[in-house]
Design a protein around this ligand. Structure first.
Ligand SMILES: [Zn+2]
Length: 202
């Protein structure tokens, strides 16, 4: 009897994936694969909240009842993702994109600061975001997309080399030779495919 090999898959390899090394690309990657194996990670408001939380964007629980109802957050998240993907493709192809939908979300951005000062705690300065609408929750994501488009090095913004993989990443490796969304998934798959092809050819 053979014992099955135990594969450990890190949290970043379970959907939603956080493999891109850039928040904006992780957001675009929240839908991946091609039909019939397409995986949609954002199917309702709760999943958008969960994505934001896992992405490290602070979402206060008090914001849930106001903004996370009736699929409104999901609607604006999917619209932002669609426009972001389009802008990413335009930027990568050297075409001019239309940023007006992105600019509408960026315009929602509003921050204010607060000083916390008490006997038991040292003086602290906090930064808050105003959240009144679902779009407001997505402002940090929109800002990350704007930063990528304006300041990103697009030689390092690449799609996984596996032909049937739709995932994008920002290559932050020292050698800038990253080829795969993840070695554990596409890297190994493509190596096995290349190995088989070599052996078939012999
Ligand atoms: Zn891949």
């Amino acid at each position: 009897m053979t014992t099955p090999t135990r594969r450990t898959v890190s949290n970043t390899l379970l959907p939603p994936l956080f493999i891109a090394d850039h928040l904006a690309l992780d957001f675009i990657n929240s839908e991946f694969g091609v039909h019939p194996d397409r995986i949609e990670c954002l199917n309702n408001d709760a999943q958008v909240f969960e994505w934001l939380r896992r992405a490290g964007i602070p979402v206060e629980v008090a914001e849930l009842p106001r903004t996370g109802q009736n699929g409104e957050l999901l609607r604006v998240a999917l619209a932002l993702r669609a426009t972001s993907r389009e802008l990413l493709l335009s930027r990568k192809a050297g075409r001019v994109g239309n940023p007006s939908a992105l600019n509408n979300v960026l315009a929602r951005g509003g921050t204010y600061q607060e000083i916390i000062w008490g006997k038991a705690q040292p003086l602290k300065r906090l930064q808050h975001r105003r959240v009144a609408t679902p779009e407001d929750l997505l402002v940090p994501v929109a800002e990350s997309i704007a930063e990528l488009l304006a300041d990103g090095d697009f030689a390092l913004v690449r799609k996984c080399e596996s032909p049937d993989c739709t995932l994008w990443f920002y290559d932050r490796t020292k050698s800038h030779h990253r080829r795969w969304c993840s070695m554990a998934v596409c890297g190994n798959r493509m190596k096995v495919a290349a190995f088989r092809a070599r052996h078939r050819a012999q």
